[in-house]
Design a binder for this molecule. Structure first.
Ligand code: GLN
Length: 488
């Protein structure tokens, strides 16, 4: 059970700070000590700056004492995936390419967290440039799953998920292009929310696939996800895909009892490759909703089987274009061996990028090249529209969809490294959400017999995060999975 300070949910810690029972400095120190104790084995952090964090905690305590608390997150240490810019802090994307890069400016999400009084705490490990499902593609070595150190934490936001699970950050931000928030959340037993495309600004996020990327929270509870989302969501003129809409009071709305809802079970999400223990846990969750009076209906998303293929064309194409900027000239790794300009590009990229990034850049350049563009990229875009239509069609009958997050629980380090296709199949239930631009959340729904967490995915309608969070919370409140913590 979560009794130590560093394991408590953000909402609870916020109340303790408000009542004066603890100070932000005390909390920050507990988290710093925790990182010192467990991160040599978990390795969620690429870097951190405890002195600056403590200084921010002191400032937060002074604000509270003066009655100038900035909001519920004031004084809470929140970790950031190492692709989200914080001024003056390193941003490596877990790549040799950016090993020595320091952000000259704040991402919009970081400046919003700061404005809410949160402490931007540490730089969390990931698969290089967010490409992967295990955090093994990091140039700085893999993060380990806090529930079993011989297993992966999932990815690409594996450092963010592991840090929250291990008590090394109260909450964290990740990015999700094809499942990178939800899948590691599932494998580490925490909550992960991928917001609707356009709800959260991508300004200051190292771009992977711009039409799919979205930043979101990893937290210990659904209520915490609502709190963090409330702080980071909203229109930003610096991201042209950011949507102009009012940000509702997610945390306030989620505390109200909602439902019963009409929930859809996509039959394509329960087929071959689904681990029986994961299937059983998800079935139990569905039975719970039924027992609460929800109407459960089977629905069909017939284009699901094209999801992986479409994703790995579109994501690779956008990645090859986005990563063209790393040429060794303006910033990032610059080869010392180069003899002329073209040689400089070749060598800097050959030395700076890891194998998975190169695989995607090559694939993406291929599908965009003349003669192949129509056959691959354009075709994939058309199928993407069909996939989105499947979801919108289902939403004529149901409020949200219930599925597993990942077909399997955490696998062993190295188990899938030699087989990219096996690794890509980890995303089979998460990528449709990105292709369709929808919100999706993963929350704990049980454990395997060997003690590994299992994640439940709920998929919502565009911009209906408040409803999605309520559906998630109604399950969470009737169970105690989220109160369990790994023994480290
Ligand atoms: N695992 C997927 C990939 O490798 C998704 C990654 C992500 O969401 N950033 O592309």
């Amino acid at each position: 059970m979560a009794s130590a300070l560093f394991h408590r949910p953000a909402a609870e810690l916020s109340a303790l700070l408000d009542s004066g029972a603890i100070s932000s400095v005390e909390l920050m120190q507990a988290v710093i000590d925790r990182v010192k104790a467990v991160d040599p084995s978990v390795r969620a952090f690429n870097s951190s700056d405890p002195d600056s964090a403590l200084a921010q905690a002191r400032a937060s305590d002074e604000r509270r004492a003066a009655g100038r608390r900035l909001g519920p997150l004031d004084g809470l240490p929140i970790g950031l995936k190492d692709v989200i810019a914080v001024e003056g802090q390193p941003l490596t994307a877990s790549s040799k390419m950016l090993a020595n890069f320091i952000s000259p400016y704040d991402s919009t999400v970081a400046s919003r967290l700061k404005a809410a009084g949160a402490i931007c705490w540490g730089r969390l490990n990931l698969d290089e440039f967010a490409m992967g499902s295990s955090t093994e593609n990091s140039a700085f070595g893999p993060t380990r799953n806090p529930w079993d150190l011989s297993r992966v934490p999932g990815g690409s936001s594996g450092g963010s998920a592991a840090a929250v699970a291990a008590g090394e950050a109260v909450a964290a931000l990740g990015s999700d292009t094809g499942g990178s928030i939800r899948q590691p959340a599932a494998l580490c037993g925490v909550v992960g929310l991928k917001p609707t495309y356009g709800l959260v600004s991508r300004y200051g996020l190292a771009a992977f696939a711009s039409s799919l990327d979205q930043i979101g929270p990893l937290t210990r509870t659904v209520e915490d996800a609502a709190l963090v989302l409330g702080a980071i969501a909203g229109h930003d003129p610096r991201d042209s895909t950011s949507v102009r809409s009012e940000v509702p009071d997610y945390a306030g709305l989620v505390r109200r009892r909602g439902g019963p809802w009409r929930l859809g079970i996509p039959k394509e999400y329960f087929g071959q490759g689904l681990d029986p223990e994961v299937a059983a846990a998800v079935e139990n969750a569905i039975a719970h909703y039924r027992s609460q009076g929800c109407e459960i209906r089977e629905v069909s998303l017939p284009h699901t089987r094209y999801g992986i293929g479409v994703y790995y064309i579109i994501a690779a194409a956008e990645c090859s274009s986005n990563l063209a900027r790393y040429d060794g000239v303006r910033y990032g790794h610059r080869s010392r061996e180069a003899t002329d300009a073209v040689d400089l590009y070749f060598r800097s990229r050959a030395e700076g990028f890891g194998a998975e990034v190169k695989r995607r850049v090559i694939l993406g350049t291929y599908v965009l090249s003349s003669g192949y563009y129509d056959a691959f990229y354009l075709r994939a875009q058309k199928v993407r529209t069909l996939i989105r239509r499947d979801f919108l069609e289902a939403y004529r009958e149901v409020d949200a969809l219930v599925t597993p997050t990942s077909p399997i629980p955490a696998f062993r380090l190295g188990e899938k490294s030699a087989d990219p296709l096996a690794m890509y199949l980890c995303d089979i239930y998460t990528i449709g959400v990105n292709l369709a631009g929808l919100p999706g959340i993963s929350l704990p729904c049980g454990f395997t017999a060997s003690g590994l967490p299992i994640g439940l995915q709920l998929i919502g309608q565009p911009f209906k995060e408040a409803e999605l969070l309520s559906i998630a919370r109604s399950y969470e409140q009737a169970h105690d999975w989220h109160t369990r913590v790994p023994s480290l």
